[in-house]
Design a protein around this ligand. Sequence first.
Ligand SMILES: Cc1ncc(COP(=O)(O)O)c(C=O)c1O
Length: 385
Amino acid sequence: MSEARGADATAPEGPPAAAEPIPLARPVIGAAEEHAVLEVLRSGQLSLGPRVPAFERAFAARLGARHASAVSSGTAGLHLALRAVGVRDGDEVVTSPFSFVASANVIVYERARPVFVDIDPVTLCIDPAAAAAAVTPRTRALLPVHIFGWPADTPALERLGLPLVEDACEALGAVHADGVAVGARVHPAVFGFYANKQLTTGEGGMVTVGDPALKERIDAERNQGRAPNMDWLDHDRLGFNYRLSDVACALGLAQLTRLDGLLADRARAAAAYREALVGIDGLGLPCADAGGHVRGWFVFVVQVPRGIERDAVVERLRARGVASKPYLPAIHLMSYYREAFGHRPGEFPVCEDVAARSIALPFFPGLTEGQVGRVAEALREALFS
Ligand SMILES: Cc1ncc(COP(=O)(O)O)c(C=O)c1O
Protein backbone atom coordinates (compact mmCIF):
# COMPACT_ATOMS: atom_id res chain seq x y z
CA MET A 1 0.00 0.00 0.00
CA SER A 2 1.59 3.30 -1.06
CA GLU A 3 1.20 6.64 0.71
CA ALA A 4 -0.35 9.54 -1.26
CA ARG A 5 2.13 12.24 -2.25
CA GLY A 6 2.26 15.17 0.17
CA ALA A 7 1.31 18.79 -0.62
CA ASP A 8 3.48 20.54 -3.18
CA ALA A 9 5.37 23.37 -1.43
CA THR A 10 5.51 25.34 -4.69
CA ALA A 11 1.75 25.24 -5.32
CA PRO A 12 0.09 28.70 -5.58
CA GLU A 13 -1.82 29.81 -2.50
CA GLY A 14 -5.61 29.64 -2.55
CA PRO A 15 -8.51 27.80 -0.94
CA PRO A 16 -7.66 24.13 -0.30
CA ALA A 17 -8.74 21.93 -3.20
CA ALA A 18 -11.62 19.53 -2.44
CA ALA A 19 -10.23 16.06 -1.78
CA GLU A 20 -10.49 13.66 -4.73
CA PRO A 21 -13.52 11.35 -4.48
CA ILE A 22 -12.49 7.82 -3.46
CA PRO A 23 -13.91 5.21 -5.85
CA LEU A 24 -15.28 1.84 -4.77
CA ALA A 25 -12.87 -0.22 -6.89
CA ARG A 26 -10.04 0.31 -9.35
CA PRO A 27 -8.24 -2.40 -11.37
CA VAL A 28 -4.43 -2.49 -11.53
CA ILE A 29 -3.45 -2.57 -15.20
CA GLY A 30 0.15 -1.90 -16.19
CA ALA A 31 2.73 -2.33 -18.93
CA ALA A 32 2.67 -6.14 -18.65
CA GLU A 33 -1.06 -6.24 -19.45
CA GLU A 34 -0.72 -3.70 -22.27
CA HIS A 35 2.14 -5.66 -23.83
CA ALA A 36 0.32 -9.01 -23.52
CA VAL A 37 -2.87 -7.69 -25.11
CA LEU A 38 -1.01 -5.90 -27.91
CA GLU A 39 0.83 -9.10 -28.74
CA VAL A 40 -2.47 -10.93 -29.23
CA LEU A 41 -3.94 -8.10 -31.29
CA ARG A 42 -0.88 -8.19 -33.56
CA SER A 43 -0.94 -12.00 -33.81
CA GLY A 44 -4.25 -11.95 -35.64
CA GLN A 45 -5.60 -14.83 -33.54
CA LEU A 46 -8.07 -13.19 -31.20
CA SER A 47 -10.05 -16.25 -30.15
CA LEU A 48 -9.75 -20.06 -29.94
CA GLY A 49 -5.98 -19.57 -29.92
CA PRO A 50 -3.04 -20.60 -27.72
CA ARG A 51 -3.64 -18.11 -24.86
CA VAL A 52 -6.75 -19.99 -23.73
CA PRO A 53 -5.03 -23.28 -22.74
CA ALA A 54 -1.99 -21.31 -21.53
CA PHE A 55 -4.16 -19.29 -19.13
CA GLU A 56 -6.03 -22.42 -18.02
CA ARG A 57 -2.82 -24.31 -17.26
CA ALA A 58 -1.21 -21.40 -15.42
CA PHE A 59 -4.37 -20.78 -13.36
CA ALA A 60 -4.74 -24.45 -12.40
CA ALA A 61 -1.06 -24.64 -11.45
CA ARG A 62 -1.33 -21.49 -9.31
CA LEU A 63 -4.15 -23.06 -7.27
CA GLY A 64 -2.96 -26.66 -7.28
CA ALA A 65 -6.06 -27.72 -9.24
CA ARG A 66 -5.90 -30.55 -11.80
CA HIS A 67 -7.84 -28.84 -14.60
CA ALA A 68 -9.27 -25.44 -15.46
CA SER A 69 -11.65 -24.19 -18.17
CA ALA A 70 -11.75 -20.52 -19.12
CA VAL A 71 -15.26 -19.14 -19.65
CA SER A 72 -16.85 -15.82 -20.56
CA SER A 73 -18.01 -14.99 -17.00
CA GLY A 74 -18.39 -16.39 -13.52
CA THR A 75 -22.09 -16.81 -14.25
CA ALA A 76 -21.34 -18.87 -17.37
CA GLY A 77 -18.93 -21.02 -15.37
CA LEU A 78 -21.49 -21.66 -12.61
CA HIS A 79 -24.09 -22.59 -15.22
CA LEU A 80 -21.78 -25.09 -16.94
CA ALA A 81 -20.55 -26.52 -13.63
CA LEU A 82 -24.10 -27.16 -12.44
CA ARG A 83 -24.96 -28.91 -15.70
CA ALA A 84 -21.75 -30.94 -15.42
CA VAL A 85 -22.70 -32.30 -11.98
CA GLY A 86 -26.10 -33.30 -13.37
CA VAL A 87 -28.56 -30.62 -12.20
CA ARG A 88 -31.77 -30.92 -14.22
CA ASP A 89 -35.37 -29.79 -14.45
CA GLY A 90 -37.18 -30.28 -11.12
CA ASP A 91 -34.04 -30.78 -8.99
CA GLU A 92 -33.30 -28.85 -5.82
CA VAL A 93 -29.97 -27.14 -5.15
CA VAL A 94 -29.19 -25.99 -1.61
CA THR A 95 -27.50 -22.60 -1.59
CA SER A 96 -26.99 -19.28 0.19
CA PRO A 97 -29.42 -16.34 -0.05
CA PHE A 98 -26.52 -14.00 0.83
CA SER A 99 -24.72 -13.81 -2.49
CA PHE A 100 -24.62 -12.02 -5.80
CA VAL A 101 -27.81 -13.00 -7.63
CA ALA A 102 -25.96 -15.03 -10.29
CA SER A 103 -25.37 -17.99 -7.94
CA ALA A 104 -29.15 -18.49 -7.65
CA ASN A 105 -29.99 -17.50 -11.24
CA VAL A 106 -27.88 -20.31 -12.71
CA ILE A 107 -29.98 -22.87 -10.80
CA VAL A 108 -33.14 -21.39 -12.29
CA TYR A 109 -31.55 -21.48 -15.81
CA GLU A 110 -31.81 -25.28 -15.54
CA ARG A 111 -35.41 -25.10 -14.22
CA ALA A 112 -34.18 -26.43 -10.88
CA ARG A 113 -35.16 -24.84 -7.56
CA PRO A 114 -32.76 -22.87 -5.38
CA VAL A 115 -33.37 -24.01 -1.80
CA PHE A 116 -31.99 -21.19 0.32
CA VAL A 117 -30.74 -21.79 3.85
CA ASP A 118 -29.55 -19.25 6.39
CA ILE A 119 -25.95 -18.17 6.84
CA ASP A 120 -23.47 -18.23 9.69
CA PRO A 121 -23.51 -14.78 11.38
CA VAL A 122 -19.69 -14.66 11.62
CA THR A 123 -18.48 -16.04 8.28
CA LEU A 124 -21.63 -14.98 6.34
CA CYS A 125 -21.34 -18.26 4.38
CA ILE A 126 -23.93 -21.03 4.26
CA ASP A 127 -24.48 -22.70 7.66
CA PRO A 128 -23.59 -26.41 7.15
CA ALA A 129 -26.15 -27.57 9.75
CA ALA A 130 -28.91 -25.62 7.99
CA ALA A 131 -27.75 -27.06 4.65
CA ALA A 132 -27.91 -30.61 6.03
CA ALA A 133 -31.42 -30.00 7.35
CA ALA A 134 -32.60 -28.76 3.93
CA VAL A 135 -31.54 -31.88 2.00
CA THR A 136 -34.45 -33.87 0.52
CA PRO A 137 -34.61 -36.78 -1.96
CA ARG A 138 -34.84 -34.12 -4.71
CA THR A 139 -31.55 -32.43 -3.71
CA ARG A 140 -29.17 -32.85 -6.64
CA ALA A 141 -26.34 -30.59 -5.50
CA LEU A 142 -25.05 -28.05 -2.99
CA LEU A 143 -23.84 -24.64 -4.12
CA PRO A 144 -21.89 -22.89 -1.32
CA VAL A 145 -20.68 -19.33 -1.93
CA HIS A 146 -17.31 -18.15 -0.58
CA ILE A 147 -18.78 -14.76 0.10
CA PHE A 148 -16.46 -11.76 0.34
CA GLY A 149 -13.56 -14.19 -0.17
CA TRP A 150 -14.14 -16.18 3.04
CA PRO A 151 -13.70 -19.95 2.50
CA ALA A 152 -17.10 -21.53 3.19
CA ASP A 153 -17.05 -24.74 5.20
CA THR A 154 -16.76 -26.98 2.15
CA PRO A 155 -15.32 -29.96 4.10
CA ALA A 156 -18.50 -30.08 6.25
CA LEU A 157 -20.68 -29.93 3.12
CA GLU A 158 -18.61 -32.67 1.45
CA ARG A 159 -19.60 -34.96 4.31
CA LEU A 160 -23.24 -34.74 3.13
CA GLY A 161 -22.21 -36.90 0.16
CA LEU A 162 -23.84 -34.81 -2.57
CA PRO A 163 -22.30 -33.20 -5.67
CA LEU A 164 -20.91 -29.75 -4.97
CA VAL A 165 -20.31 -26.66 -7.07
CA GLU A 166 -18.37 -23.94 -5.26
CA ASP A 167 -19.06 -20.31 -6.10
CA ALA A 168 -15.54 -18.95 -5.68
CA CYS A 169 -16.20 -15.87 -7.84
CA GLU A 170 -15.13 -13.61 -4.94
CA ALA A 171 -12.54 -15.93 -3.43
CA LEU A 172 -9.33 -16.07 -5.45
CA GLY A 173 -6.50 -16.47 -2.91
CA ALA A 174 -8.68 -18.03 -0.20
CA VAL A 175 -7.48 -21.16 1.59
CA HIS A 176 -9.53 -23.71 3.55
CA ALA A 177 -8.58 -24.58 7.13
CA ASP A 178 -7.18 -27.91 5.89
CA GLY A 179 -4.61 -26.00 3.83
CA VAL A 180 -6.25 -26.69 0.44
CA ALA A 181 -6.70 -23.59 -1.73
CA VAL A 182 -10.29 -22.73 -2.63
CA GLY A 183 -10.63 -24.15 -6.12
CA ALA A 184 -8.28 -27.10 -5.59
CA ARG A 185 -10.77 -29.70 -4.36
CA VAL A 186 -12.13 -32.36 -6.69
CA HIS A 187 -15.55 -30.86 -7.49
CA PRO A 188 -15.96 -27.79 -9.71
CA ALA A 189 -15.21 -24.34 -8.31
CA VAL A 190 -15.93 -21.19 -10.28
CA PHE A 191 -13.98 -17.91 -10.29
CA GLY A 192 -15.03 -14.55 -11.73
CA PHE A 193 -12.80 -12.00 -13.44
CA TYR A 194 -15.05 -8.95 -13.62
CA ALA A 195 -13.19 -5.64 -13.30
CA ASN A 196 -13.47 -5.37 -9.49
CA LYS A 197 -12.11 -8.88 -8.84
CA GLN A 198 -8.69 -9.87 -7.42
CA LEU A 199 -7.67 -10.79 -11.00
CA THR A 200 -9.52 -9.27 -13.93
CA THR A 201 -9.98 -9.90 -17.62
CA GLY A 202 -12.69 -7.22 -17.85
CA GLU A 203 -15.34 -9.94 -18.01
CA GLY A 204 -14.48 -13.61 -17.67
CA GLY A 205 -14.28 -16.62 -15.42
CA MET A 206 -12.63 -19.97 -14.78
CA VAL A 207 -13.93 -23.35 -13.65
CA THR A 208 -11.41 -25.53 -11.82
CA VAL A 209 -12.15 -29.23 -11.55
CA GLY A 210 -10.46 -32.51 -10.65
CA ASP A 211 -12.29 -34.90 -12.98
CA PRO A 212 -11.09 -34.78 -16.62
CA ALA A 213 -14.51 -35.97 -17.83
CA LEU A 214 -16.15 -32.90 -16.27
CA LYS A 215 -13.54 -30.62 -17.85
CA GLU A 216 -14.28 -32.19 -21.23
CA ARG A 217 -18.01 -31.64 -20.83
CA ILE A 218 -17.53 -28.02 -19.70
CA ASP A 219 -15.18 -27.32 -22.61
CA ALA A 220 -17.69 -28.77 -25.07
CA GLU A 221 -20.68 -26.90 -23.65
CA ARG A 222 -18.86 -23.54 -23.58
CA ASN A 223 -18.32 -24.02 -27.33
CA GLN A 224 -21.81 -24.77 -28.67
CA GLY A 225 -21.59 -28.45 -27.67
CA ARG A 226 -18.65 -29.36 -29.87
CA ALA A 227 -16.22 -31.99 -28.54
CA PRO A 228 -12.54 -31.00 -28.90
CA ASN A 229 -11.87 -33.55 -31.66
CA MET A 230 -15.10 -32.93 -33.55
CA ASP A 231 -15.68 -31.07 -36.78
CA TRP A 232 -17.31 -27.66 -36.27
CA LEU A 233 -20.25 -28.66 -38.44
CA ASP A 234 -21.31 -31.36 -36.01
CA HIS A 235 -22.28 -30.99 -32.38
CA ASP A 236 -23.07 -33.93 -30.13
CA ARG A 237 -24.76 -32.02 -27.28
CA LEU A 238 -26.52 -28.74 -26.58
CA GLY A 239 -24.04 -25.99 -25.84
CA PHE A 240 -23.59 -22.25 -25.48
CA ASN A 241 -21.13 -19.60 -26.51
CA TYR A 242 -19.42 -19.14 -23.16
CA ARG A 243 -15.88 -18.88 -24.57
CA LEU A 244 -13.23 -16.48 -23.28
CA SER A 245 -11.23 -14.71 -26.01
CA ASP A 246 -7.45 -14.86 -26.42
CA VAL A 247 -7.36 -11.13 -25.73
CA ALA A 248 -8.97 -11.70 -22.33
CA CYS A 249 -6.79 -14.74 -21.60
CA ALA A 250 -3.63 -12.73 -22.37
CA LEU A 251 -4.84 -10.10 -19.89
CA GLY A 252 -5.50 -12.86 -17.37
CA LEU A 253 -2.04 -14.37 -17.83
CA ALA A 254 -0.42 -10.99 -17.20
CA GLN A 255 -2.58 -10.44 -14.12
CA LEU A 256 -1.67 -13.91 -12.84
CA THR A 257 2.03 -13.06 -12.81
CA ARG A 258 1.32 -10.18 -10.42
CA LEU A 259 -1.35 -11.97 -8.38
CA ASP A 260 0.74 -12.40 -5.22
CA GLY A 261 1.35 -8.66 -5.09
CA LEU A 262 -2.30 -7.83 -5.80
CA LEU A 263 -3.49 -10.14 -3.02
CA ALA A 264 -0.89 -8.82 -0.56
CA ASP A 265 -1.90 -5.20 -1.32
CA ARG A 266 -5.56 -6.06 -0.70
CA ALA A 267 -4.66 -7.79 2.58
CA ARG A 268 -2.67 -4.72 3.66
CA ALA A 269 -5.60 -2.40 2.82
CA ALA A 270 -7.91 -4.67 4.85
CA ALA A 271 -5.52 -4.59 7.83
CA ALA A 272 -5.40 -0.79 7.66
CA TYR A 273 -9.22 -0.63 7.63
CA ARG A 274 -9.44 -2.98 10.60
CA GLU A 275 -7.04 -0.83 12.61
CA ALA A 276 -8.90 2.37 11.67
CA LEU A 277 -12.41 1.04 12.34
CA VAL A 278 -12.03 -1.38 15.22
CA GLY A 279 -13.05 1.14 17.91
CA ILE A 280 -16.36 2.23 16.33
CA ASP A 281 -19.14 1.23 18.66
CA GLY A 282 -21.49 -1.43 17.24
CA LEU A 283 -19.84 -1.54 13.79
CA GLY A 284 -19.58 -5.10 12.39
CA LEU A 285 -16.23 -5.90 10.72
CA PRO A 286 -15.33 -8.84 8.44
CA CYS A 287 -14.17 -11.84 10.46
CA ALA A 288 -10.39 -12.13 10.71
CA ASP A 289 -8.37 -15.12 9.47
CA ALA A 290 -8.36 -17.82 12.15
CA GLY A 291 -7.91 -21.56 12.59
CA GLY A 292 -6.09 -21.92 9.28
CA HIS A 293 -8.82 -20.18 7.22
CA VAL A 294 -7.37 -17.52 4.93
CA ARG A 295 -9.64 -14.97 3.24
CA GLY A 296 -8.93 -13.96 -0.36
CA TRP A 297 -9.67 -10.27 0.12
CA PHE A 298 -12.21 -9.02 -2.43
CA VAL A 299 -14.29 -6.32 -0.72
CA PHE A 300 -14.26 -4.68 2.70
CA VAL A 301 -17.84 -4.83 3.94
CA VAL A 302 -18.95 -3.45 7.30
CA GLN A 303 -22.32 -3.73 9.02
CA VAL A 304 -23.68 -0.50 10.48
CA PRO A 305 -24.74 -0.67 14.15
CA ARG A 306 -28.36 -1.74 14.71
CA GLY A 307 -30.72 1.24 14.83
CA ILE A 308 -28.76 3.28 12.26
CA GLU A 309 -30.29 3.67 8.81
CA ARG A 310 -27.81 2.12 6.37
CA ASP A 311 -28.96 3.91 3.20
CA ALA A 312 -28.62 7.31 4.91
CA VAL A 313 -25.02 6.39 5.79
CA VAL A 314 -24.30 5.56 2.13
CA GLU A 315 -25.72 8.96 1.13
CA ARG A 316 -23.69 10.82 3.79
CA LEU A 317 -20.52 9.04 2.65
CA ARG A 318 -21.25 10.07 -0.93
CA ALA A 319 -21.61 13.70 0.16
CA ARG A 320 -18.13 13.38 1.74
CA GLY A 321 -16.58 12.08 -1.50
CA VAL A 322 -16.52 8.40 -0.46
CA ALA A 323 -18.16 5.86 -2.78
CA SER A 324 -19.90 2.98 -1.00
CA LYS A 325 -22.67 0.53 -1.78
CA PRO A 326 -25.32 -1.50 0.05
CA TYR A 327 -23.78 -4.93 -0.49
CA LEU A 328 -25.31 -7.49 -0.67
CA PRO A 329 -29.13 -7.53 -0.77
CA ALA A 330 -30.77 -10.83 0.20
CA ILE A 331 -31.57 -12.79 -2.97
CA HIS A 332 -34.82 -14.33 -1.72
CA LEU A 333 -36.26 -10.83 -1.15
CA MET A 334 -35.54 -9.60 -4.68
CA SER A 335 -38.73 -9.04 -6.71
CA TYR A 336 -38.12 -11.90 -9.13
CA TYR A 337 -37.47 -14.44 -6.37
CA ARG A 338 -40.45 -13.26 -4.31
CA GLU A 339 -42.73 -13.59 -7.31
CA ALA A 340 -41.33 -16.80 -8.77
CA PHE A 341 -40.87 -18.70 -5.50
CA GLY A 342 -43.15 -16.91 -3.01
CA HIS A 343 -40.40 -15.84 -0.62
CA ARG A 344 -41.25 -13.44 2.21
CA PRO A 345 -39.26 -11.47 4.82
CA GLY A 346 -38.46 -13.42 7.98
CA GLU A 347 -37.46 -16.70 6.32
CA PHE A 348 -33.69 -16.28 6.83
CA PRO A 349 -33.25 -13.89 9.75
CA VAL A 350 -29.43 -13.86 9.89
CA CYS A 351 -29.12 -13.15 6.17
CA GLU A 352 -31.82 -10.46 6.28
CA ASP A 353 -30.23 -8.69 9.26
CA VAL A 354 -26.76 -8.71 7.68
CA ALA A 355 -28.08 -7.67 4.25
CA ALA A 356 -29.95 -4.69 5.74
CA ARG A 357 -26.84 -3.38 7.54
CA SER A 358 -24.01 -4.08 5.07
CA ILE A 359 -21.97 -1.45 3.25
CA ALA A 360 -19.03 -2.08 0.92
CA LEU A 361 -16.33 0.56 1.41
CA PRO A 362 -13.76 1.61 -1.22
CA PHE A 363 -11.38 -1.31 -1.62
CA PHE A 364 -8.63 -1.96 -4.18
CA PRO A 365 -4.88 -2.72 -4.19
CA GLY A 366 -3.74 0.90 -4.60
CA LEU A 367 -5.81 2.23 -1.69
CA THR A 368 -3.51 4.45 0.39
CA GLU A 369 -3.33 4.75 4.17
CA GLY A 370 -4.44 8.35 3.74
CA GLN A 371 -7.55 7.22 1.86
CA VAL A 372 -8.33 4.59 4.50
CA GLY A 373 -8.06 7.34 7.13
CA ARG A 374 -10.42 9.58 5.15
CA VAL A 375 -12.96 6.79 4.73
CA ALA A 376 -12.80 5.96 8.46
CA GLU A 377 -13.31 9.61 9.43
CA ALA A 378 -16.18 10.01 6.96
CA LEU A 379 -17.78 6.81 8.24
CA ARG A 380 -17.65 7.99 11.88
CA GLU A 381 -19.29 11.27 10.87
CA ALA A 382 -21.85 9.50 8.69
CA LEU A 383 -22.80 7.10 11.47
CA PHE A 384 -23.03 9.45 14.40
CA SER A 385 -23.78 12.98 13.11
C1 LIG B 1 -20.60 -14.42 -5.47
C2 LIG B 1 -20.65 -14.20 -6.95
N1 LIG B 1 -21.18 -15.15 -7.73
C3 LIG B 1 -21.25 -15.01 -9.06
C4 LIG B 1 -20.79 -13.87 -9.69
C5 LIG B 1 -20.95 -13.76 -11.18
O1 LIG B 1 -19.76 -13.48 -11.85
P1 LIG B 1 -19.79 -12.71 -13.24
O2 LIG B 1 -20.17 -11.29 -12.97
O3 LIG B 1 -18.38 -12.84 -13.74
O4 LIG B 1 -20.77 -13.39 -14.12
C6 LIG B 1 -20.23 -12.85 -8.93
C7 LIG B 1 -19.73 -11.64 -9.58
O5 LIG B 1 -19.76 -10.55 -9.19
C8 LIG B 1 -20.17 -13.00 -7.51
O6 LIG B 1 -19.69 -12.02 -6.74
